[in-house]
Design a protein around this ligand. Structure first.
Ligand SMILES: Nc1ncnc2c1ncn2[C@@H]1O[C@H](COP(=O)(O)OP(=O)(O)OP(=O)(O)O)[C@@H](O)[C@H]1O
Ligand SMILES: [Mg+2]
Length: 492
């Protein structure tokens, strides 16, 4: 029998206090789309870093065809045809699209911009996307950046394309574009390793799925011979039912009113939210949802309009001030605005409560520790200790730290921007439970989500944005996915 295009054999990788991969062996076939699935911290990203030569395992080998490699380097892996799109963007913001696409290739001292722009244009044509290669990456949307990442990955001689949660920043239609690109690559014989927490995506595009749990290989299944529930059970190692928790308390009096709020492209947005209510904010990527909450939160100055909290007009000029008025925000771009990667989990979780736990400039370290312990348990943050640097946590566990940090501030209005992006199914359930627990206690929640099912499942009411304008308000009785999508696309 012919050797598979790629195999890992007995790979083990340990970090202080954590075994990230524990004797993992598995194989990938030529031209298949192979999904990797597992809870936050299961070892998915670590495994692909081993395959791409970014980290060296303690034991085991990576085999390309019949050839086994004990020591891989990023350069060697690339020569062997491995390209990776990492969970975090790796683009250089200050360079043009074209320069980024060919970054790492030997461009010499003098870069012929016209030549590389021509080459980049060819790649984009093959991908069937329109993007001007001379644009600075800084000015692109997250979705466009993702397309540049893909172009960069396939610009060389790629045989194995690894994608670590590529759909995170994309809207539904952009995910479709990406799937078409992946489909064409597969048809040309490229093997694709696809990591995602969105199970519906795996069912759409993957041929086989491998499940990892706690660093161990659990099983490889043919996608069309399995189902959602079976995969979830394999992932979490027990029976887990998905559901949206029920509310016990009805929304009370109006807490937050927004009138004619304008700025950052949003125009004259007006709505109100009640105590103990979850207001969902629907819209496509770029419809102005994040902009709207940044205006409310004081992260950017508004052009006009008014924000009232409990009936009183408030000028919120900074996030600090928002916190003083009892508004907390969990941002969308958590890598940049969320936390201090080089500091510990303990420190990060207590960032938003420094004022409360500091007396005469001395931090109450006992309270700091208790708070950190509470949230580490509550969200099942996978870490050997609360002193671990956030940088060393898996992607999903970093998200949980940021969530904890905002929740610890105990504000009565909470804004969640894409709260479950990158979070595994089990922890999603915990976040939903927690949201309902909070509203039952009288917290008001504004939630932006691109996951339509989640938005409809969790919200009491929806507002829908399109191109910076409020398209309408939808009460729970009228919740209907098709109707909301139509509103969000500017119909009606
Ligand atoms: N550099 C590091 N130092 C210490 N621990 C690390 C390091 N890199 C990863 N780990 C740990 O190894 C484990 C596996 O992490 P990995 O990033 O592979 O998880 P993952 O499956 O990709 O999770 P996610 O879905 O959250 O992205 C985690 O417990 C993580 O904290
Ligand atoms: Mg990961």
């Amino acid at each position: 029998m012919q050797a598979p295009i790629l195999a890992v054999k007995h790979i083990t990788k340990a970090y202080p206090g954590v075994v990230a991969l524990d004797d993992v062996s598995m194989a990938f076939e030529e031209g298949e789309i192979h999904a990797l699935l597992g809870e936050n911290g299961a070892g998915k990203s670590t495994l692909i870093k081993v395959i791409s030569g970014a980290i060296e395992p303690d034991h085991g080998v990576v085999a390309f065809g019949p050839q086994e490699y004990r020591k891989l380097t990023p350069g060697l892996a690339k020569e062997l045809g491995v390209a990776v799109i990492y969970q975090e963007f790796s683009l250089v913001e200050s360079l043009s699209v074209a320069r980024n696409v060919f970054l790492g290739e030997d461009q010499g001292l003098l870069v012929d911009n016209t030549a590389i722009e021509r080459q980049a244009t060819k790649i984009f044509e093959e991908m069937r996307v329109s993007l001007d290669p001379s644009t600075q990456v800084r000015t692109l949307s997250p979705a466009q950046k993702q397309l540049v990442e893909i172009a960069k990955a396939i610009s060389g001689n790629v045989k194995i394309l690894i994608m670590d949660e590529p759909s995170g920043p994309l809207s539904a239609s952009e995910v479709e574009t990406m799937f078409e690109i992946i489909g064409r690559l597969k048809a040309s014989g490229v093997t694709i390793i696809y990591i995602s927490h969105r199970l519906e995506e795996l069912f759409r595009i993957s041929d086989r799925v491998t499940v990892l749990r706690d660093g161990r290989y659990i099983a490889t299944l043919v996608t069309r011979q399995t189902d959602r529930q079976a995969l979830i059970n394999l992932m979490v190692g027990r029976e887990l039912k998905e559901y949206y928790p029920q509310r016990t308390v009805k929304p009370g009096e109006v807490v937050l009113e927004v009138e004619n709020l304008s700025g950052l492209g949003d125009e004259d947005i007006s709505f109100s939210v009640r105590k103990g209510e979850i207001l969902g904010i629907a819209g496509l990527v770029g419809s102005g949802r994040t902009e709207l909450v940044s205006l409310i939160y004081g992260a950017v100055p508004k052009e006009r309009g008014e924000v009232r909290i409990e009936g009183k007009k408030r000028e919120i000029r900074s996030p600090d001030q928002a916190l003083d008025y009892g508004i907390g925000l969990i941002p969308e771009d958590r890598k940049h605005h969320g936390c201090i990667l080089n500091a510990s989990i303990r420190f990060n979780i207590s960032l938003s409560i420094f004022k409360k736990i500091t007396r005469f400039f001395v931090i109450d370290s006992q309270r700091q520790k208790e708070t950190a312990r509470h949230y580490i348990d509550k969200f099942d943050i996978k870490t050997p200790s609360m002193e671990q640097r956030v940088r060393n946590l898996s992607g999903g566990n970093q998200q949980k730290v940021i969530l904890a940090k905002t929740l610890a501030a105990n504000t009565n209005i909470l804004i969640f921007d894409e709260p479950t992006r990158g979070i595994d199914v089990g922890s999603k359930q915990e976040i939903y439970n927690l949201m309902v627990e909070l509203v039952n206690q009288g917290t008001t929640i504004l939630m932006i989500s691109s996951d339509m099912e989640e938005l409809l499942g969790m919200s009491d009411r929806l507002i829908v944005l399109c191109e910076g304008k409020l398209m309408g308000e939808v009460p729970k009785e009228k919740f209907d996915q098709r109707y909301v999508i139509e509103l969000a696309s500017g119909h009606h």
